[in-house]
Design a protein around this ligand. Structure first.
Ligand code: IMP
Ligand code: MG
Length: 179
């Protein structure tokens, strides 16, 4: 069993890189089919979704503009309430066809708050693509249009996701080691 230590916690290998890339291939095909011939704005939520975006964006076969925005709600392993958004930045999506790229949806707080602001701007369409989803943690009803892996409530790192800013650069995904 492959194990790593990040800060004070041990993590073990969960989803190897080859499986992540296969899953992103599937998502790429779904997204290419869904948006064929359309013009799309893509909003990448940093820092977590950067590796996901870097992998998927070059394979998209329709016209899009990519936008990058930092959102932060997690401190260590805890989802922390309010999220700060740059409302002026979000204004540019008024009336547009928007796809959000997210690394992982946990409680859904981040996307709930973000989509509430965006929906007030009469978007033509809002869709969400997330590489990972923890259905048992979800506290809101938010439609997720493209989902990579559904996982349990366990904390994960790697492929963009961090524990106290550590582990983002790992090419595989690890989860917290069961004691
Ligand atoms: P939510 O607002 O509770 O849905 O949490 C979403 C954000 O928290 C994600 O964009 C991640 O950046 C972070 N997050 C949630 N779960 C994890 C995890 O297991 N590992 C690392 N980051 C996570
Ligand atoms: Mg994120």
């Amino acid at each position: 069993m492959i194990e790593i230590q990040l800060v004070d916690k041990k993590f073990q290998l969960f989803i190897p890189n080859a499986r992540i890339l296969d899953k992103i291939d599937e998502l790429t095909q779904q997204i290419n089919r869904a948006y064929s011939g359309q013009q799309l704005e893509i909003l990448v939520l940093l820092d977590g979704a950067k590796m996901f975006a870097d992998t998927i964006l070059p394979r998209l076969e329709f016209n899009y503009n990519a936008h990058y925005q930092q959102v932060k709600s997690y401190q260590g392993m805890h989802s922390g309430g309010a999220i700060q958004f740059d409302r002026e930045f979000l204004n540019q999506f008024k009336g547009k066809n928007l796809l959000i790229l997210e690394d992982i949806v946990d409680t859904g707080n981040t996307l709930k708050q973000l989509s509430t602001v965006l929906m007030a701007q009469n978007l033509e369409q809002l869709a969400i693509a997330t590489l990972l989803y923890k259905p048992r943690q979800m506290k809101h009803s938010i439609p997720l249009n493209f989902i990579g892996f559904e996982i349990g409530p366990e904390f994960v790192v790697g492929f963009g996701m961090d524990y106290y800013e550590c582990g983002r650069e790992l090419k595989d995904i690890y989860h917290l080691k069961s004691q």
